[in-house]
Design a protein around this ligand. Structure first.
Ligand SMILES: Cc1cc2nc3c(=O)[nH]c(=O)nc-3n(C[C@H](O)[C@H](O)[C@H](O)COP(=O)(O)OP(=O)(O)OC[C@H]3O[C@@H](n4cnc5c(N)ncnc54)[C@H](O)[C@@H]3O)c2cc1C
Ligand SMILES: NC(=O)C1=CN([C@@H]2O[C@H](COP(=O)(O)OP(=O)(O)OC[C@H]3O[C@@H](n4cnc5c(N)ncnc54)[C@H](O)[C@@H]3O)[C@@H](O)[C@H]2O)C=CC1
Ligand SMILES: [Co+2]
Ligand SMILES: [K+]
Ligand SMILES: [Mg+2]
Length: 595
């Protein structure tokens, strides 16, 4: 290349010299004109490469000082194709999925666009995106019906012809016979041959220059059953979300080889401040760190309904769900990440709050830092209670094999604390993928929200919840019958519970007229406030009825929202504060008519 440039330079210099000499010789007008014309044409041609290089170098230099890393990072555009998206009949989820995945792979997504099933729209969008970004991923329009036109659009974008792909035909031939048989068996086999011919024709007609991508199936590592078409840097994924996601999963390593991936550092800080409170200072900080290729995003939490609802009320009613603003940080290096985090914490001093969307994962580390945090905040009595409960659960997990331990789980806040403690101790001893067992005795006309919470919690916490009809004694007998090996049963009973007073110590055998299990109540000496302190402090998910003003859950017929949490806004509307806002422990059950 260097040699080429020297050669170009040499020629150009020669040409300039020639023009100069010609002009000096005062030759005739027409000759001068010819020379002027030819040089003005030749000059750019000869210098083209040279100028381009200089220009590119300049541009690169400019970009390097402004955003050094983004130019190295691979870029991508997503083109969502389908009339149904534009008409609003289908909500696009594929671009969201693709963004999440590409971002994780370190690809810089520059654009998402949506076009209808229209050849020229598809062609124009794909053509532009293909020139501007490293990868283009399209979704939709590759089906067998007349309205799927992605391949036509691709052919048009790359001025290519269409052809019939025998390779796709083989794939189609592999799944069509069973489809035909099924249809015939259903008695709708008439005219099926014609349908099959058309479907095959449509699915197999692709741009000539297409490359067929065969992915690797996740389950068994075998080759995928259907190929994905790629034309130049454009990959055409199907629109059906299940197929789109599967195709991407199967092709991910091929399209973005592990060794070429650029790792990226991510972190998040949550604060109880409004964006306005720090936007000026944040802008300065962000500008300073931009040079070190750090990107900071600021996102206000708009689900923060209560905060808005009670603005204007006395201060004690002014609160928010967990945080007001979320700051995301992305950095190319761990050093700059460390520095920016320190700078942000300094900027938000006293207003950084803990928030966690997945409290049930990585429980051991989070538990340790929770205790450290609470100790630093001087909640020493609370930390002592945490450790006492932890120790009781630990002793049970140490002493009994897992198949003998069960959690007595009705979806209430107290046993939710126990669920978390059991997960913690099982994670510590056996690892996070180990399932735990629990049971629920259906005693009352339960709130559907409570039932839903049991289902959700079971999924998050990997607990299998067996269900038995009540009352409690009968249900417990049924449990013992189905699982005779069960000995210790973890319960959320507390001394202030209506029946808790019958438990003298946290670990006791059931009374003689009850089915025999070892009742283990690690939070027997906790208060109502302690329970909320733990649930809120670790962001443990709990039944959402508690956020609607219920402080204790019974049946639908005997539980109402707590009167002490009721407030009436200036427009006369009635609202209830969430349960954790109640601070008087003795009042916990004022909302239960049966107690
Ligand atoms: C395993 C077990 C053993 C028991 N043994 C005795 C006994 O020996 N003598 C006696 O007099 N009473 C016994 N009981 C009844 C107990 O004393 C309470 O009456 C009962 O737990 C209701 O508790 P609560 O309303 O006080 O508080 P809650 O907070 O409603 O319950 C305390 C805890 O009990 C468990 N629990 C409550 N209801 C259910 C349910 N429907 N399904 C699953 N778990 C539930 C949960 O872990 C919950 O955190 C037992 C109950 C259970 C679940
Ligand atoms: N590798 C693979 O798995 C491939 C499968 N196919 C086959 O083609 C058939 C249909 O092709 P498609 O391109 O999917 O047809 P399509 O574009 O008509 O989409 C089918 C449906 O998917 C949904 N959809 C489309 N775009 C969406 C988006 N952005 N977000 C959410 N939903 C969206 C819509 O409900 C739409 O009706 C599939 O059934 C599949 O069998 C075709 C090519 C590759
Ligand atoms: Co309770
Ligand atoms: K379609
Ligand atoms: Mg379509």
């Amino acid at each position: 290349m260097i040699k080429m440039m020297d050669f170009h330079q040499f020629l150009s210099l020669g040409l300039i010299l020639f023009i100069y000499v010609s002009l000096e010789l005062k030759i005739g007008f027409s000759t001068k004109y010819t020379i002027f014309f030819s040089s003005s044409v030749l000059f750019p041609i000869i210098f083209h490469r040279f100028l381009c290089r200089i220009f590119q170098k300049e541009m690169r230099a400019i970009f390097r000082t402004r955003m050094p890393s983004t130019t190295q990072r691979k870029t991508a555009a997503i083109v969502v194709i389908g009339d149904e998206i534009l008409k609003g009949t289908t909500r696009d989820t594929n671009s969201h999925f693709l963004c999440k995945r590409l971002h994780k792979l370190g690809v810089n997504i520059k654009k998402i666009s949506v076009v209808g099933d229209d050849i020229s729209e598809i062609s124009r969008e794909v053509h532009t995106a293909s020139g501007a970004y490293d990868y283009v991923i399209t979704s939709g329009g590759v089906g067998p019906t007349h309205d799927d036109k992605t391949y036509l659009g691709l052919a048009h974008a790359f001025t290519d012809q269409l052809h019939f792909s025998n390779e796709i035909r083989e794939a189609v031939d592999r799944f069509l016979p069973s489809y035909i048989d099924k249809k015939k068996a259903e008695g709708v086999g008439e005219g099926i041959e014609e349908v099959v011919r058309m479907v095959t024709e449509k699915l197999c007609t692709i741009p000539k220059m297409s490359q067929l991508l065969w992915g690797t199936q996740k389950v068994d590592g075998r080759i995928s059953t259907f190929p994905v078409v790629r034309v130049a840097n454009v990959v055409a994924l199907p629109g059906v979300p299940k197929f789109c996601e599967r195709a991407f999963d199967e092709l991910q390593d091929q399209l973005f080889p592990v060794e070429e991936r650029q790792s990226m550092y991510f972190d998040t800080i949550y604060t109880d401040l409004d964006e306005f409170d720090f936007s000026k200072r944040l802008t300065d900080l962000a500008t300073r760190f931009e040079e070190r290729s750090v990107q900071i995003g600021s996102y206000p939490e708009l689900k923060n309904k209560w905060g808005h609802l009670w603005r204007g009320f006395q201060n004690k009613f002014f609160f928010f769900r967990f945080f007001k603003t979320k700051l995301t940080i992305e950095s190319e290096s761990s050093e700059s990440m460390k520095d920016v985090l320190a700078a942000l914490r300094e900027l938000l001093i006293g207003h950084v709050v803990y928030y966690d969307t997945h409290a049930w994962t990585d429980t051991v580390t989070k538990w340790k830092s929770f205790k450290t945090r609470k100790t630093a905040e001087n909640h020493l009595e609370f930390v002592r209670k945490l450790e006492e409960a932890e120790k009781i659960v630990e002793e049970i997990v140490e002493k009994y094999p897992l198949e003998q331990i069960a959690l007595s789980f009705n979806g209430g806040k107290d046993c939710t604390v126990l669920l978390h403690l059991l997960r913690l101790k099982v994670d510590e001893k056996y690892g996070p993928s180990t399932p735990i067992q629990g049971f629920h005795i259906m005693v009352e006309d339960q709130f559907p929200e409570a039932t839903q919470f049991i289902i959700d919690a079971a999924k998050f916490y990997n607990i299998q919840v067996l269900e038995f009809p009540g009352p409690l004694k009968t249900g417990l007998a049924a449990l013992k019958k189905q699982r005779p090996s069960i000995i210790p049963v973890l319960m959320g009973s507390r001394a202030t519970d209506p029946n808790g007073k019958y438990m003298k110590t946290p670990v006791e055998w059931t009374d003689s007229d009850w089915p025999k299990v070892l009742r283990v109540c690690p939070i027997l000496n906790w208060t109502y406030t302690d329970v909320w302190h733990m649930l809120r402090g670790l962001c443990i998910p709990y039944c959402k009825l508690y956020d609607q003003g219920y402080t204790s859950l019974g049946g639908r017929d005997n539980t109402v929202k707590h009167p002490a949490l009721r407030i009436v806004s200036s427009d006369g509307k009635e609202h209830y504060l969430p349960a954790y806002k109640l601070h008087d422990d003795a009042e916990e059950r004022c909302n239960r008519s049966n107690l």
